[in-house]
Design a protein around this ligand. Sequence first.
Ligand SMILES: [Zn+2]
Length: 1012
Amino acid sequence: MHRHEPIDVERVRRHLAERIAPAATTVVLPLEVEVWEPVAASGVVGQAEPVPVAEALAATYQPFDLGASWGPPWGTTWFHLTGTVPEAERTGDLEAVVELGWSDGWPGFQCEGTVYRRDGSIVKGIHPRNTWIPVELDGDGRFEVYLEAASNPVLNSFSATERGDVLTSDAERQYKLWRADVVRVHHEVRELVADVTALEGLAEVLPADSHRRAELRVALDRAMDALDLQDVPGTAAAARERLREVLARPAEGSAHRAVATGHAHIDSAWLWPVRETRRKVARTIANVLRLVDDGEPVVFAFPAAQHSAWLEEDHPDLFARLQAAVASGHVVPVGGMWVESDANLPGGEAMVRQLVEGAAYFERAYGHRCEEVWLPDSFGYSAGLPQLARLAGARWFLTQKISWNQVDDFPHHSFHWEGIDGTRIFTHFPPVDTYNSDLSARELHHAATNFRDKGVAGTSLVPFGYGDGGGGPTREMLAQARRTADLEGSPRVTVAPPRDYFEAAEAEYAEPPVWVGELYLEMHRATYTTQARIKRANRESEHLLREAELWAATAAVRAGHPYPAEELQQLWRTVLLGQFHDILPGSSISWVYRDMLAEHARVQERLRAIVAESQQLLAGDGDQPITFNAGPLARRGVPALGGAVAEQAGAAVQVAETGDGVVLEHDALRVVVDRDGLVTSIWDKEAGREVVPPGQRGNLLQLHQDFPNQYDAWDVDPFYRNSVVDITAADRVETSSDATSATVAVHRTLEGKPVVQTLTLRADAPGLHVGVEVEWAARDRFLKLAFPVDVHTDHARFEVQMGHLTRPTHTNTSWDFYRFEVWAHRWLHVAEPGYGVALANEATYGYDLTRHPREGGGTFHLVRASLLRGPGYPDPRTDHGSHRFGFVLLPGAGVEDAVAAGYATNLPLRQVTGAPVDPLVTLDGGALVEAVKLAHDGSGDVVVRLYEPYGRRSTAQLTASFDLAGAVETDLHERPLGEDTVVAPSAVTGVEGSTVGLRLRPFQVVTLRLAR
Ligand SMILES: [Zn+2]
């Protein structure tokens, strides 16, 4: 038999695209189209912000010609579509089809639409791969819908654009509506499309020499023979008959099992503002509910409680239907988080609240408890997460992103992930390598062949549905799933919830491999630095939330002052939204930062008011200067979590000009600053030791070229280090001093803009205080602040959520080398036995630590903080403007000192006039209090979260200053640990009077609920 496969392949593809698929419908009625284009305040027609549907229903519409253009960037255009179906045609299946003028790109990154009925309820969303609208006729055969069309600009070009904010955008109309018809559906043709798509795709991925592949090619060829191209609807059944046998052939016994879960990754903000996400959620959910109503066997995983909360507020009708779909199992809330947050930068307590707020919402709204953490798209995963996930009740963890590693392939797809404290959680990376699968044969085949754990495990999860900008699963995807449920040559596909996957995976893979430490993403390393203002705002809001909860809870217990639980919850939720994995990392358009920085300012103003009001109430009418310390460690004689008269500052600080520069000195340090404003010596008096390595200078600003190969805001590539300019020229060096401090201020010019670097010794706080003020207007640059430290080691410690992570600083393997930029929370610590140096920061997350040969032998470490970058996309003016950075360099520091400096640098001491205030709780021993609040159930119980921060076993005693009626260890949801939770109680050793005895593992997190 002579066959030339390419001829067969081309035949099937052309038949399918140009004859079969178009024949699935025929036009019954072109619809009348009218338009209403709300005018923006700027005067641009059609660029107004979205309006409530009632306003659109009441508007006056004008005739609209098909083919005419509409839609300036970020505008909303309302179309009114009407028509009366002739009586003879009112039988069988009718649908409407609208073509808004889609761009070639992916759904969610261009125009999209929401279809409303006359009564204001949502029918469905439309996007380029889902253009149909169900036809509901009135008694006279009349069809009428309103289409809210969003003319979102195409921004995923990855090149600089001014369209990232409506304020800088142009007014050019981007789209042309060219089709609005009622059509008749030919179901047999539609089924033939699905048959051919499945089998052609399968043949393509099977081995070229396999019998099955040849058999599929022959069957498809014969099916094409059976078609009359002039009458596809009339001959589709005959063509399908010729495929019946090959479609019925069951899967092999060893076939990979793919648990397919419907999904729509919706970035809470990214290349669109938050207000557009609210509409994306409504469109996507409307489409999922449509699938459910149409009897499709869809199961849809719905993460991000915030998205549901928006839906509840904006569209109560959809929300009620969604609740029913959750009850019937078609929709499954997943992840239990408020948003799919960044998984590196959020602080410990913020990460707790992501898990708590999300889970509590899902439980209230749907009666559903999430059993997994669902973070497919975040840019790396902190080693602090496994413990927090388990304490939040999660049994499993899902991500996908690590498949994006530039160099090193992650060795497993299913494994136990072990965090800093030793907690393990079963984790899965879908080997399909996408969280937006279309269930094509190509993707299913990739999942099966790519799966690293095959041989011992045979099941993976495949999240399917259009995503990033929403969209979700389609009936075409489900048609593919039906065909691959049990098909020779294909993985066996089951549409099911994540739970089905995880239970099957755990059962078949009882002893999975273990990965210890962080899941570092070898990509997107610049997200620790980009958009410095949002990072500072986040850090400040996190700490103000701690202060506000602590003092409000103290005031509630002490003075019966009302605890502002609801307001605190709303403020937390805003901050949690700001930690979404394209907001906090800095990868969104400028509009998102305009919005979010305003939100942080509002949040901080309220929190400051709560703090001030609570402190004044607690301090009462006395006339002493009372200093409040919200930190977990005493400072200047003020107890942790209390208020007292602070001790006077220690010995004086001197500053003196010498021939070579300036000397700053107090009883602990002697710092020499040269004429360039660089630090040539830091003498640690107590240790009798020099901190600056021979021949090196610290406080050095370094400027690199930084033009990554792709993803400007996200990436810094390893070659950035190949060129560097040291910023050494000083315009002037000034000194100043007061009763408690002395400062050297170094004025420089950087790319034409002023920079002021300050070096301060203080009598009332240890270490060398380093400030940098920068006017920044650079593009494609990376600014670092360098401190060489004379420490010989091969590792360093970095604060992460509720503890710290040790990372190697050598570059032995490619895993080590490509971890060339890392993140830390409030401090890092580099030490050799007997001596260490810590660097604490106000709001800087990105660092690199490198080892260098030292004059006189050994090595020293160059510690560099990442300050600013200049990416062009997606925000062309990223970080332009004024910035300030603050650090404390702490010579002779142990980990304890680093931890203390981290808190001190981020929690200001606040002064009020009154009388001393005893702490609500006192914690003695080797643990620190992370949060004090009232229980969220309104019982008035005091909840204290604490953790072991040093990585060692310890004991501690928590003493309440109120009458303690009982103390229990709880999960993060404040439910007693035990039978109902995935973690057993382990920390409380006893309760005596008002004191709770504790025994903690290294880095153990403990939540105590104290009844009054
Ligand atoms: Zn995402």
